[in-house]
Ligand binder design. Structure first.
Ligand code: GTP
Ligand code: SPV
Ligand code: MN
Length: 597
């Protein structure tokens, strides 16, 4: 490490000598930011293991990380964030394209030079007395031509150690950038964390992201939503690919058939849990292995869609995770994990209510001892865990082509109206299903929880361009792919009149997967309705769930559907000219069908 430490005394020289010597353009960009930010020191993360240990050690010494009880959690730590910096802040998130039209009706937009000058004023000289970390990363399998690379600059060791856990960081990334000449630059400045001057800005015409005054995951780990979705969705549009807010898993049936299944649900609405699903005890022979818990990139191969996972780790929701709901997650996060904003037991274990309701007193996420157990962990508290810890990882995770996708699911939290599962009659109707996602908001974003909002394809906070053009891209992809995945819409969250979930969810969701698999094999029959194909409940294997509950889960309330369509229509209209004609036709077909009922 001697070289890096020495050269780092002379930041600008280090950039010239060590980094990107075959890429003067990138070096030039980095030098501009070095001059602007004026760091005292520069460290390039060429050896992630070495720097992870070093930074974790320093943060533990400074009490910024609390080491957890080694008996239960090895090499794992608790981090408490600034209380005003606990979730994504969408109002501060910008798609700053040259042409405002490219941001569209649903993104915040500001003219790039104007936004840059605001941000540059904020960040000038902001790394004085601080170390600048340069984190080179690859998104996707190291050898895949569908992978991409970039560098993130940050002054925040918490951000560095999280990036090392969720991305492929190190020398191979530098080599990839040198060899391809392609890269995204992501600048993160912790600043003052002033929530009134926070920006997460995406300059989509120049592969540049700048984030300032936040250190929260989705705002500051720019490999994740910033690059792997917002910037990558633009790249995908231009290359007949897709970058989607989807989990994906490889399901194996008792007869050995494999099914690739992906699913887009809004934030904190079940992707990680579904990707880690465990087989119910009475479904022996079925198996599921994880490809991705949050994001996939898809490309066309052999006339089919294949998915790779651009990430190397989880940034998962802690509350709700326990030995019953998600035992597989617990097998992954009992080591090498950073917990952010969970509570802490008096014997040093991370804690949230459902994990162990038997305790009487814990330290809450601010660090105060409390008996108010329900509010002790922040609802958006999370675990950061390397994916290699997950015991049931699909071999396709390391495959350069990835996993063939046979079925895609859309979904979201809906306490009423939306049936447990339905299938689209065609690709275009499936695109309409996705465009029609309207779901209850969660703690993953700041703002009120439980409010219905439009979140097409679960991408409303993450689409890096005009959402109408994005719908058109979905329709176009369906025309380019011969073996199109079947599209389904699921809802695990329907409630009864007492406000309880009707469907038990979690591993029971495998029964829905079983129905989907038999639809892919053209075995199960389905009933045609104006809102899609639904199971014949006489033949739907629903475990221990009574017939009455099953009927509630599949009830189609046509007046309710008409209301739903009428409420979605203004949102579609707001999208304007870019909203595809073909999708309007699908919408009106559905509405006509519902009106005739
Ligand atoms: P992000 O990481 O924000 O994108 O969230 P996600 O979509 O990965 O959601 P996740 O799987 O972490 O689940 C979020 C919350 O929903 C957790 O509290 C889960 O326990 C809960 N949840 C997940 N699946 C189910 C389900 O099938 N039924 C019910 N009732 N709750 C679920
Ligand atoms: C989400 O909010 O969709 C997350 C967490 O997965 S974050 O990384 O903050 O976006
Ligand atoms: Mn998740």
């Amino acid at each position: 490490m001697g070289d890096i430490e020495n050269i780092s005394k002379n930041p600008e020289n280090q950039l010239k000598m060590l980094l990107f010597h075959r890429n003067p353009e990138l070096n030039g960009r980095l030098e501009t930011f070095v001059r602007m930010l004026e760091p005292a020191n520069i460290v390039v993360i060429t050896d992630p293991d070495f720097y992870e240990k070093k930074l974790v050690g320093e943060m533990a010494t400074d009490h910024e990380l609390i080491e957890l009880n080694r008996k239960y959690y090895s090499n794992s730590y608790l981090y408490r964030s600034n209380p005003d910096d606990v979730a994504r802040t969408e109002k501060d998130t910008y798609i700053s394209s040259l042409d405002e039209k490219n941001a569209g009706a649903t993104n915040n937009w500001m003219e790039p030079e104007h936004l840059k000058s605001r941000i540059f004023n904020l960040i000038k000289g902001s790394m004085k007395n601080k170390t600048m970390y340069i984190v080179p990363f690859i998104l996707g399998p190291a050898g895949s031509k569908y992978s991409e690379a970039g560098i993130q600059i940050t002054d925040n060791p918490y951000v560095v150690i999280n990036l090392i856990k969720i991305s492929l960081v190190g020398k191979e990334a530098i080599n990839r950038i040198e060899n391809t000449g392609k890269y995204v630059v992501a600048i993160h400045v912790t600043g003052t964390l002033d929530k009134n001057n926070r920006y997460i800005a995406h300059f989509t015409d120049e592969d540049l992201i700048i984030s300032v005054n936040t250190a929260y995951g989705g705002n500051a780990l720019l490999t994740k939503k910033g690059y792997a979705l917002r910037i990558a969705s633009v790249h995908a549009r231009d290359n007949s690919r897709m970058a989607e807010h989807m989990m994906a898993l490889e399901v194996t049936s008792p007869s050995g058939r494999k099914y690739g299944i992906s699913g887009a649900f809004p934030s904190a609405s079940g992707k990680t849990n579904l990707s880690m699903i465990r087989t119910p005890t009475d479904m022996a022979g079925w198996d599921a292995q994880l490809l991705s818990d949050d994001i996939i990139w898809m490309h066309i191969n052999n006339d089919s869609l294949y998915a790779i996972n651009p990430e190397y780790g989880f940034f998962g929701v802690a509350p709700g995770t326990n030995a019953t709901t998600n035992p597989n997650a617990m097998k992954a996060f009992n080591r090498d994990t950073i917990f952010t904003n969970t509570a802490l037991t008096t014997d040093g274990k991370p804690w949230w209510y459902s994990l162990d309701p038997s305790v009487s007193e814990v330290y809450d996420w601010h660090g105060n001892l409390t008996t108010d157990l329900k509010n002790a962990a922040h609802p958006n508290s999370r675990f950061t865990t390397p994916i290699k810890n997950y015991p049931y990882l699909s071999s396709k995770f390391y495959d350069n082509e990835g996993l063939k996708i046979d079925a895609m699911l859309f979904g979201g939290r809906r306490s009423d109206l939306i049936p447990l599962v339905r299938q689209a009659k065609s690709w275009a109707q499936g695109v309409l299903f996705g465009a029609m996602i309207r779901a209850e908001t969660t703690a993953a974003t700041t703002g009120k929880v439980g409010i219905l909002r439009n979140d097409p394809m679960a991408m409303i906070p993450f689409c890096g361009y005009n959402i109408g053009d994005y719908f058109q891209h979905w329709l176009d992809m369906g025309k380019l792919v011969q073996h199109r995945p079947e599209i389904f819409y699921v809802n695990w969250f329907r409630k009864d009149s007492d406000g309880n979930f009707i469907w038990p969810g979690f591993s029971e969701n495998f029964r829905v997967i079983e129905w989907i698999a038999s639809r892919l094999d053209a075995k199960a029959n389905a009933i045609e309705t104006p809102v899609g194909l639904i199971p014949d409940i006489a033949n739907f294997a629903s475990g221990n769930l009574g017939k009455n509950k099953l009927e509630q889960l599949f009830e189609i309330d046509y007046p309710g559907w008409l209301k739903e369509l009428n409420e979605i229509e203004p949102f579609f209209k707001k999208i304007g000219d870019s909203f595809p004609e073909e999708l309007w036709r699908e919408f009106h077909n559905m509405k006509d069908g519902v009106e005739k009922q």
